[in-house]
Design a protein around this ligand. Sequence first.
Ligand SMILES: Nc1ncnc2c1ncn2[C@@H]1O[C@H](COP(=O)(O)OP(=O)(O)OP(=O)(O)O)[C@@H](O)[C@H]1O
Length: 364
Amino acid sequence: MPHDLELIGVGKTYDNGAPAVIDFNLNVEKGEFIAFLGPSGCGKSTTLRMIAGFEDITIGDIFIKGKRINDLPPERRPTSMIFQSYALFPHMSVRRNVGYGLDVKGMAKRERDAKVERILDTLGLTDIADQRPDRLSGGQRQRIALARGLVVEPDILLLDEPLGALDANLRKAIQAELKLLQINLGITFIFVTHAQSEALTMSDRIVVMSNGRIEQISTPRDLYTRPKSRFVAQFIGRNTILPGTLTAANDGFGEVQTTHGRFRGVPEGKIAPGAAAALVVPAEAFTMLPIGGGASAGVGNTLDARIESRDVVGPIIRFQLLVEGGQSVALEGHMEHYANGFPAGSPVRVSWDAAKATIIPVAA
Ligand SMILES: Nc1ncnc2c1ncn2[C@@H]1O[C@H](COP(=O)(O)OP(=O)(O)OP(=O)(O)O)[C@@H](O)[C@H]1O
């Protein structure tokens, strides 16, 4: 079976000569929810627009279900795109907005109406079908845009920051709805966002981009627990990064010599002993005990530090620690462990399980 979507060596250079997307390779299976995640300007939308056909591909190939689509105009591709602005026609009723794509295809009225009514019903829009979108709320408009994208029964739905215009609460509600809809319909979704929580919540896999290149393609969990590069380690979650040199690797573990000692972790990718590397420890992988009062924590992977600040975020406390010499450590844990006895300024010892730390290569 061919992949639902395949990008091979895809690149885009705009007329001004600056490469916006470089050597983008990705296979997507039917029904997957994929997010393109990265900071502003990293090339997410350009990649999406190349898949949709709104942007020429400078180099490489895009296939949908095994068919090369590089030269197909947007309306002949089995894709639909939803824009952040929704791009609805303000003076047309919701029903006519939703049916527009089928009109363009020249579909017979009876068939068109049946499809429109079905999708209006699926998205809970039947009651407002005769209203005009400019009189409706952001959430309703978002749903109309979705209905309009889905009514043409695309193989792949492309969504460019579709929740960007909604307030935080509505955004959360629609995230859950969107994910459910995607599972029920079994359609492949490619979702562009710069909000990591959104990508982590909804996606099967996330493509992290930076400066036009793919940094990592992983499940949300792996992205969080096993970053493969410094960029990802800094961009996703709250990681502590301890730079040094890889001294040894065996049994699936490696050791990094840092200025604060030698620490164990799990190497990601090939790193030669002697090469520059960094140990990445997620904030929730640390345990912390006060120094003094007889307490001493763990052996091996430990660091002594001082609490710089603490922030209570619901049931979680987020700490910022400072190790002598300037290395900072980000730690978080449940309220019940750290509610008492860890004021700002106090000396602590942190330790972590080597299996939860990742060793990444660091470019020289
Ligand atoms: N039409 C264009 N002409 C020239 N350069 C462009 C054009 N569109 C985008 N770019 C540039 O290409 C790069 C990638 O832009 P793109 O919009 O794909 O990034 P993005 O990750 O989607 O960012 P954002 O989240 O801000 O939309 C940026 O440097 C941008 O300035």
